[in-house]
Design a protein around this ligand. Structure first.
Ligand code: MN
Length: 232
């Protein structure tokens, strides 16, 4: 199109594992407080009425295996290891029974957080955006096909910080299951292929510093790696 004032952003592509193509990433939904032990460590409680969400721009997605700068505006940059659902089909007002039909695959993810900015936003009852949705704030590992992974449940989810396990749980500890999350989210949005859902983090979140190496593992998925570089 000749009348564009500047080139549109390139599509955001997330690779399937083993070189089996790419998913064009659409929206990034993130679930808050989906593990009771993490809600507790944040001084909060799980809301059993309904899950809640925040979003990240797909422009802020960074793939596993990279070094990201320590972001501006924070002195408390933190890791949140998460299980990520990748949708491959549209859905609106789907039942939990039908929800698995929307799932293309799964990946290990990190919901990177400027915790000090998030905390200040909570205190002032302001939006979380600057604490959650910033450059390189969503990290994604290679995507495994849903059929190869099987049903989320007993698989372990672990984050190693410089080789030491700091977050460790199982997917069965999620308060809201993957089908429940998809069904609920589909009452609020017309879900679409390429939408990602970061399903929340277990306890053990904490700060990272320049030079730190992170390795995220979910049993049955390709691991995710990330290195924290110097200040942006
Ligand atoms: Mn999170």
């Amino acid at each position: 199109m000749s009348d564009l004032l500047f080139p549109p952003p390139a599509p955001v592509l997330a690779p399937m594992r083993d070189g089996k193509g790419f998913v064009p990433v659409n929206r990034i939904f993130c679930v808050g407080r989906n593990y009771a032990d993490h809600a507790k460590e944040m001084g909060a409680e799980v809301d059993r009425e309904a899950p809640f969400y925040f979003t990240k721009s797909n422009a802020h997605l960074t793939l596993s295996g990279t070094t990201i700068p320590y972001p501006p505006g924070t002195s408390d940059f933190q890791h949140e290891m998460e299980f990520v659902v990748v949708l491959g089909a549209p859905g609106f007002r789907v039942t939990p029974e039908d929800a698995p039909g929307l799932i293309l695959g799964y990946a290990a993810g990190l919901d990177m957080t400027r915790r000090d900015l998030q905390g200040a936003a909570k205190d002032k009852r302001r939006p979380w955006d600057t604490g959650k949705d910033f450059e390189h704030a969503a990290i994604l590992g290679p995507i495994s096909p849903a059929g190869e992974f099987g049903r989320p449940g007993p698989q372990g989810i672990t984050l190693l910080l410089n080789g030491e396990p700091v977050q460790r749980s199982t997917l069965s500890e999620m308060v809201w299951s993957v089908p429940d999350l998809i069904a609920h989210l589909s009452t609020l949005y017309h879900l679409a292929p390429g939408d990602l859902i970061f399903t929340g983090t277990p306890a053990g979140v904490g700060p990272v510093n320049p030079g730190d190496r992170l390795r995220g593992e979910v049993q049955g998925l390709a691991p995710l790696t990330l290195t924290i570089g110097g200040a942006a």
